[in-house]
Design a protein around this ligand. Structure first.
Ligand code: PLP
Length: 433
């Protein structure tokens, strides 16, 4: 019996999340993807060693560079995303920071929206500038001219997020991608809150997708993980990226040139940065991540269903001042949500509780199903008070820009029975004066 599902890209999303990239015949017919728990692989003979190190032969030598378990994961996410290649890294922040390092040399610049995950903002405003890579933040992320104003000859990428945190703001990805390509630069998007099940950014022109796979992709909240996927269409040899030109010249005689062009971003990321900065994902984490990803589409359906129901319940509650969820008609991002998120705009929402900080904290104190923690994207429902945790240390003005006030709570809606989630918040709200 031949098993072809691992490479059949015409199969549906849910089928591919279980089968893509893994051929049991190449692994002693083990049905589960094995964890290759080794640090190193035998080289065989001298000729093979040379072929592995000049990348003319695909294979594994040392686990800081690659591993068969991670290989399956990388092929699987590339398939789900509709991309040409992917790389697995130790965390979402490793995925994002290595992406910027691959795109920029000292003196280069990134143009980014202001409403980024805090770690990404810190990286772009305080860490990379010390190494000569700077960031210009756009003033109005909904106005395309705002992006144009910040682009100059040093700009090497535009960086956005699929769903902002905790404001759940949505940008017009298609228009921003068009603008980026007008200047010969790639659009990079953090798709953590959406996952490829809700949004496939390549279909709207994005060029690189980054993930904190710690969140929905894993779903179980047991591992820190990051992924980068490239779409295979962007031309890094367009004259704007000297580092990719020299890399291409170095490897074009070893790797088939058309394949090298399609995977140029990922190949350079692996060969230059994974190899010598050392932020590869462990094979055990890759295994955990694939366990979670096997149920991604089913979880995301339930997550978004629950989030919509909960948003509607909270909006009608007299102790709630406002609910921020793009699935609600009144939400300023509702039209963009209809365009980009026909399956539902994720499952994170923020609420402002009447009665200020005290009232918000009272609610947290009395929830019984929701867990009080800073993570998001877990199968279990989570709640947090951003002003005293994720956005602690920011000024009142900075927080207001992100939609964070003293009475704001962020909810990451899980996949429990929605009646239980509604009841949990209902009973906790009874304690709010
Ligand atoms: N991107 C987003 C949108 C996030 O929410 C996070 C973490 O919360 C990250 C990136 C960083 O990911 P990690 O914690 O896996 O490094």
């Amino acid at each position: 019996m031949s098993y072809e599902a691992y490479k059949d890209e015409s199969l549906g999303f849910t089928t591919r999340q279980l089968h893509a990239g893994y051929n049991p015949a190449e692994h002693y017919r083990s049905k589960a993807v094995p964890i290759y728990q080794t640090a190193v692989f035998e080289l065989g003979d001298y000729d093979r060693c040379v072929r592995l190190f000049d990348y003319s032969e695909e294979g594994h030598s040392y686990v800081r560079f690659s591993n068969p378990t991670n290989d399956v994961l990388e092929k699987r996410i590339a398939s789900l995303e509709g991309g040409s290649a992917a790389l697995s890294l130790a965390s979402g922040m490793a995925a994002i920071s290595n992406t910027f390092l691959n795109l920029c040399n000292s003196g280069d610049q990134i143009v980014a929206v202001q409403t980024l995950y805090g770690g990404s903002t810190t990286l772009l405003s305080h860490i990379l500038p010390d190494y000569g890579i700077t960031c210009r933040f756009v003033e109005d992320e909904n106005d395309i001219e705002s992006y144009r104003k910040e682009i100059n000859e040093h700009t090497k990428a535009i960086y956005i997020e699929a769903l902002g945190n905790p404001g759940m703001n949505i940008v017009d990805i298609e228009k921003i991608a068009e603008l980026a390509h007008e200047y010969g630069i790639p659009l990079v998007i953090d798709n953590t809150f959406a996952t490829p099940y809700l949004l496939r950014p390549f279909e709207y022109g994005a060029d690189i997708v980054c993930y904190s796979a710690t969140k929905y992709l894993a779903g179980h909240g047991i591992a820190i993980a990051g992924l980068v996927v490239e779409n295979g269409k962007f031309d890094y040899l367009n004259g704007r990226f000297p580092q990719f030109e020299s890399f291409y010249d170095e490897y074009k005689n070893c790797i088939e040139p058309e394949q090298l062009k399609r995977e140029l971003f990922t190949k350079r990321l692996r060969i230059r940065f994974l190899t010598d900065l050392g932020a590869h994902m462990t094979p055990q984490t890759a295994f955990y991540l694939m366990q979670g990803m096997e149920t991604l589409s089913l979880r995301m359906e339930r997550h978004t269903y629950n989030a919509q129901k909960l948003a509607e319940f909270l909006q009608a509650h007299d102790k709630i001042e406002s609910v921020n969820y793009p699935g609600l008609e009144e939400n300023p991002y509702h039209e963009l949500a209809k365009k980009y998120f026909p399956k539902g705009p994720g499952a994170i929402l923020s609420i402002n509780v009447k009665g200020g900080r005290e009232a918000a904290l009272k609610l947290i104190e009395h929830v019984r199903v929701f867990g009080y923690m800073v993570n998001v994207g877990d199968a279990k429902s989570l709640i947090v008070h951003p002003a005293s945790s994720t956005h602690f240390g920011q000024t009142v003005e900075e927080r207001a820009k992100a939609g964070v006030y003293e009475n704001t709570l962020r909810l990451s809606v899980g996949i429990e029975d929605v009646e239980d989630l509604i009841h949990d918040l209902e009973q906790a709200l009874e304690y709010v004066e």
